[in-house]
Design a protein around this ligand. Structure first.
Ligand code: PSU
Ligand code: MN
Length: 337
């Protein structure tokens, strides 16, 4: 048996000293186990602004080949807006910060054959040398380890409707409460309970800011508006970057959620989406779908019910978020100097 097994067996005897011995060794292993793409390692060396991108959206959020096209377009949008994209995923058990194009293409192709990797799956997936798309939670963890401050995605996980009985609350929310990365999204999809999601974010101590004028509502992903008021509103990328800067300076050790409303041209009708969501939730229950399979299932249902419109909106809003994240990251990089 290896070092780790004997440690686990004798763990009981370590008591309080445990964090001294193996803790620091593991911390070192962890850090060196990150694999960087050339583009990303060059950006990190030169202090260029970076934007982390997640990969569950590629493996479990969209069908092939649209997922591949989206992923490449989003990377280019970040580059065009003056930052360096770092798509994060687990490739053959390696925590990869930035993917080479061929890696990204293979991941998109295998889709749901790759694992959906959240915080608790990281150890398993890396030890078994598997492939995985990282959720918002695990992408945040790896981005922070790599020293990337800003991360763009479409929608984050949240509190599911009916969570008062199912307890289905995404690990993304807990991660936002403990990991120091700014996450740019289009708000929370209304397949979730938006009100409860905002409550949990408050409990976790997460600042939630919508990029827009005062009194903006918190956006609902497919639609620009919801019936919930955004806790904070800031108009410019510079102001949002200062907020991130101060959160770091105060050493709050938590994330910041930045919501960017979906562009007007591709926003979908709120009422119509509500009825589609109700239908999808019913089907989900009928088929006994649970746990981590719920979000991918609901996304697939909405794709059919909207005849593909949900997908094109999804792609547009991710691109929009990527551009906003690039501006925020650039501004943060200059404020740090
Ligand atoms: N919402 C989307 N598309 C997605 C996801 C959420 O519109 O692809 C993914 C994200 O990776 C998010 C994850 O972190 O689902 C949340 O899953 P869960 O609800 O099981 O925590
Ligand atoms: Mn869940």
């Amino acid at each position: 048996t290896g070092h780790l097994t004997s440690f686990i067996k004798s763990g009981f005897h370590y008591g309080l000293n445990r964090s001294l011995g193996l803790g620091s060794k593991l911390a070192k292993t962890n850090f060196s186990s990150l694999t960087y793409s050339k583009e990303v390692s060059n950006a990190l060396k030169n202090g260029l602004p970076l934007v982390a991108l997640e990969s569950t959206i590629i493996t479990h959020g969209m069908p092939y080949p649209e997922n591949q096209k989206m992923a490449l377009e989003v990377e280019n949008a970040v580059r065009k807006s003056g930052a360096v994209p770092a798509t994060i995923a687990i490739i053959d058990g390696k925590c990869s910060i930035g993917l080479e194009e061929s890696e990204l293409q293979s991941l998109a192709k295998i889709g749901q054959l790759a694992r959906k990797v959240s915080r608790r799956d990281l150890g398993y997936i890396t030890s078994q040398k598997l492939n995985g798309g990282t959720t918002v939670a695990s992408t945040m963890i790896l981005a922070e380890k790599a020293g990337i401050d800003v991360f763009a995605t479409g929608g984050i996980g949240g509190v599911h409707r009916g969570a008062e009985t199912t307890m289905d609350i995404s690990a993304d929310l807990i991660e936002l409460g403990r990991t120091r990365v700014g996450v740019v999204c289009a708000g929370v999809k209304s397949i979730l309970d938006i009100g409860k999601t905002l409550e949990v974010l408050e409990t976790q101590g997460v600042p939630v800011v919508t990029m827009g004028p005062e009194k903006s509502s918190f956006p609902a992903f497919f639609s620009r508006e919801s019936s919930f008021k955004s806790p904070l509103c800031l108009q410019s990328p510079e102001e949002i970057a200062s907020l991130l800067y101060k959160n770091t300076e105060l050493n709050l050790q938590c994330g910041t959620l930045i919501a960017v409303p979906t562009p007007k041209r591709c926003s979908l009708n709120y009422q119509e989406m509500e009825s589609f969501i109700d239908l999808s939730l019913k089907k989900c229950e009928e088929q006994g779908i649970s746990g981590k399979d719920i979000t991918p299932f609901l996304l697939g249902q909405l794709y059919h019910l909207t005849k593909g419109k949900s997908l094109s909106t999804n792609i547009d809003l991710v691109l929009n978020n990527a551009r906003a994240a690039a501006s925020i990251s650039s501004s943060l990089a200059s404020q740090k100097q």
